[in-house]
Design a protein around this ligand. Structure first.
Ligand SMILES: [Zn+2]
Ligand SMILES: [Zn+2]
Length: 322
């Protein structure tokens, strides 16, 4: 890595996503910390250890800025800000995370709503609810209000130069990327990853897929040469990764439309066709949210129509495709 820039690799308790990255950037007598890792038992000791390996301490943090309000990126913000006595900067559209962190019942209610809109039977939703309530961990130390909103054009000063904030909603409504123009470094959060994958928060904004595609265009114009993402190793060929992300979005949208080829279906019926795997309690809320986001996007484009009857909406391909 560059002098003055450190990747802190922090473990996550999630199958398939074993780590997230926090990035420490030298800034005067301390560091700016981008992202925090998730809050769970022992997690702050893991951050201490990762910082210790590069001769840093939490007390050196002068500012915490987060790419977005998913638990793995801001869960420990309150603990770090308390210990370091520093500010938190975050995008103001963080309700998708903070509402649930303040009220765990709201998280469950939102997931159940996704299930209902997809056509998941009530009995399966009840089982899911029981298991969810036994799980009980929010991943957030404590909700603190950001001291400054990370809006488009906000600058962060570091020893590597000034970083500019670009709003990049889609993956999450609160997502931002940070760009350092002289070195052409992009802190890309979960917007562009080394290993291309898609995730959208459903139900907080009108069209997460459309927002995500526009946000890919935003970072595409920057000409970054190195991507520092929220998971996985840094990657070159940022433009190639942006293209691959765009390609995967289009592929999924086409697959959702294709699944409606022989008649109307619910999201619950569409998701396993698109992903070529059965839904399980582990993947259902992710894959159904993604399917609903694709359907919403297609509806806005005029490619699908929704029939709201009793129960979950049925989706059908428009007779004439735009
Ligand atoms: Zn995320
Ligand atoms: Zn993440």
């Amino acid at each position: 890595m560059l002098p003055g820039l450190w990747r802190l690799r922090l473990p996550l308790p999630w199958p398939g996503v074993p780590h997230c990255n926090a990035w420490a950037i030298a800034a005067g007598s301390g560091v700016v910390l981008i992202d925090t890792g998730m809050h769970e038992p022992g997690s702050i000791a893991q951050l201490d250890r990762a910082m210790d390996q590069v001769n840093l301490r939490v007390e050196h943090v002068r500012l915490v800025a987060v790419t977005h309000a998913h638990t793995d990126h801001w869960g420990q913000a309150a603990t770090i800000c308390d210990r370091a006595g520093c500010e938190l900067w975050m995008h103001p559209n963080h309700e998708h995370a903070t509402r649930g962190a303040r009220d765990p019942d709201a998280v469950l209610a939102h997931r159940l709503e996704i299930g209902r809109r997809s056509g998941v039977p009530e009995a399966a939703l009840e089982r899911y609810a029981e298991r969810f309530q036994r799980g009980g961990q929010s991943g957030i130390a404590r909700v603190i209000e950001p001291d400054r909103p990370l809006l488009h054009g906000v600058k962060l000063d570091t020893d590597l130069g000034e970083w500019t904030v670009y709003e990049t909603p889609g993956h999450a409504p609160s997502h931002v990327c940070l760009f350092q123009p002289e070195r052409r470094l992009l802190i890309s959060g979960d917007h562009v990853l080394g290993r291309v994958s898609l995730y959208y928060d459903y139900g907080w904004t009108p069209d997460p897929v459309g927002e995500y595609l526009r946000s890919l265009d935003v970072v595409d114009t920057l000409g970054a040469r190195l991507g520092l993402s929220g998971h996985g190793r840094p990657f070159v060929d940022v433009a190639g990764h942006i293209d691959a992300s765009r390609g995967l979005v289009q592929e999924r949208i086409a697959a959702v439309l294709g699944a409606l080829g022989d008649g109307p279906r619910t999201a619950l019926e569409i998701a396993p066709i698109v992903h070529g795997e059965p839904l399980s309690e582990r993947n259902a809320s992710w894959l159904l949210a993604e399917t609903l986001c694709c359907l919403t996007h297609l509806e806005r484009r005029g490619s699908v129509q929704r029939e709201d009857g009793r129960g979950a909406p049925l989706w059908r391909a428009s007779p004439t495709q735009p």
